[in-house]
Write a protein that binds this ligand. Structure first.
Ligand code: URA
Length: 261
């Protein structure tokens, strides 16, 4: 967020009028400035002047005598993705899309960090573009935790290879955290913690040590876990969870987030 926009929200919740108009879909900032200088905008019944600030929550802003439409409220949610759903905005015929599980949500809701069709678990979505961008960017090294059921039982030697980094077709992986959750008859369940997000990375890491993944579930994305969310259902993030996401991505909150708590 630019220093200007931070400062914009700091002074008693006011923002420059042309910015408020633009956020409410009245046009570009430049054309909104023209609306103001043409005298078509009023604040609490008084004709506004260019450069003026206003508070969209407490003041009555009108354009051509009509109240300003409210900008869409930011929304950030977590879905417990079931297997068999494609994470993409482009879906082939007869495929099931994760968006089928999110009816009634705004079209600006974007997924954060793709999962393979057969992978289950934590999948975040947000309408906050900068948050989506930062949480997907390798620079912020957001930790993801996976529970992988693999065929066969990996040796300590092989797990140490994952811990120190292993060569894949697209280069060395960063050191990973890995531990057994349980071992069984020719299979094992392991917890793997990584901060990268390369395509099919977990499956390829286990493949590289000679074990194929039979089931893969993401149990955490940064500070966000599923709690008791059942497969195929979603919930809005708590305010505390949303601020934790802002903290790890060094992003300032610019409005009170919509929240379920
Ligand atoms: N790693 C994988 O192999 N698949 C996923 O869906 C996520 C991480």
């Amino acid at each position: 967020m630019s220093t200007n926009s931070v400062r914009d929200t700091e002074e008693s919740g006011t923002q420059r009028l042309q910015k408020l108009l633009a956020r409410a879909g009245m046009g570009s900032r430049r054309s909104c400035e023209t609306l103001i200088s043409d005298g078509r905008v009023t604040v609490d019944g008084r004709i506004a002047s260019l450069g003026e600030r206003a508070n969209v929550d407490t003041q009555n802003i009108e354009v051509d005598g009509r109240p300003l439409p409210r900008p869409p409220t930011d929304l950030t949610i977590v879905l417990n993705k079931p297997p068999g759903y494609v994470v993409s905005t482009v879906i082939k015929h007869e495929q099931k899309s994760i968006y089928d599980l999110l009816s009634g949500t705004p079209s600006t809701l974007r997924y954060i960090g793709r999962l393979d069709i057969d992978t289950e678990g934590v999948l975040l979505f947000s309408t906050i573009g900068e948050l989506v961008h930062r949480l997907s960017h390798p620079r912020y090294e957001v930790k993801k935790v996976y529970e992988a059921t693999v065929r066969g039982v990996p040796s300590d030697y092989h797990l140490d290879q994952l811990r120190s980094g292993i060569m894949l077709e697209d280069g060395m992986t960063a050191p990973a955290g890995v531990e057994f959750i349980e071992t069984g008859d020719n299979k094992a369940v392991l917890r793997l913690t990584i901060h990268e997000g390369r395509k099919r990375q977990v499956r390829r890491m286990f493949r590289a040590i000679g074990h194929s993944v039979a089931r893969l579930r993401r149990t955490a994305f940064g500070p966000i876990t599923l709690e008791d969310l059942s497969p195929g259902t979603s919930r809005m993030l708590l305010t505390s969870e949303l601020s934790a996401l802002h903290t790890i991505t060094q992003l300032q909150t610019h409005a009170s987030p919509k929240s379920s708590n």
